[in-house]
Design a protein around this ligand. Sequence first.
Ligand SMILES: Nc1ncnc2c1ncn2[C@@H]1O[C@H](COP(=O)(O)OP(=O)(O)OP(=O)(O)O)[C@@H](O)[C@H]1O
Ligand SMILES: [Mg+2]
Length: 244
Amino acid sequence: MDRTMERAANFLPRVDERGDTNEVSRRVVTLTAPASAAAEQYRTLYYRLDRLRARRPLKVVAVTSALPGEGKTLTAVNLALTAARAAPDRRILLVDADLRRGQVGRTLGIRGTPGLAELLSGECEVKDVVRRFQATRLAVVPAGRAPEEPAQVLASARMKQMLQAVREGFDEVYVDAPPALPFADATILGHQVDGVVMVIRAHVTPLKVVHQAVEQLGGVPLVGCVLNGAEQALTSDDGTYGQG
Ligand SMILES: Nc1ncnc2c1ncn2[C@@H]1O[C@H](COP(=O)(O)OP(=O)(O)OP(=O)(O)O)[C@@H](O)[C@H]1O
Ligand SMILES: [Mg+2]
């Protein structure tokens, strides 16, 4: 392990300065509507994973889906924020490993670069890419600038070193992964984590495609799935229950 990576184990994340940042997406309900039914669902998911953690090692959890746009980023962000709220004494990290279309930075209103891509290319050190999110305990590594060959970057020795370093430096790590289809990225990543959560966009993704994705992921440690958008008929736009 090189010295850059070693430092991850005892870093102090800097507070992200505002300026070229946007607002937190309204759909990060864990922050914007913590009392909503939607936020409660993320808490349920978090505690389910927590119960699993008692039975098996589950420090690094990746969130994927069959196709783009099913809700991976929103799930990973809300899950990590739920963890940071639920367990203030634990060190929680959110990593955006969707190197093709990383959205964690935009979703949280923090700068998206430099990030994981720059760390893995050797342009940056850990201290440059790990940011503390607002006043929370959550540390965040955004995706950075899309590299030319994301799958190769995710399969690199530096990625393995990075994951090893964050395993030492954090208690829980949530990884926003790319979709399982059509690229190899999610499969490569899935084999390096302890658990994979599969997000399925309700009423949109055909079951056949979900099966294809699971086949493509071949042997990654799937620990659960999330049916995203399933209760839209019951909930209003702000994620609270409607009258009807
Ligand atoms: N439960 C939901 N209710 C309403 N909108 C949602 C929900 N989940 C996701 N969305 C919206 O759907 C879009 C895609 O969500 P998100 O970015 O989380 O998906 P993704 O799987 O990460 O996509 P990509 O593959 O592009 O990274 C976003 O505009 C997001 O705000
Ligand atoms: Mg995404």
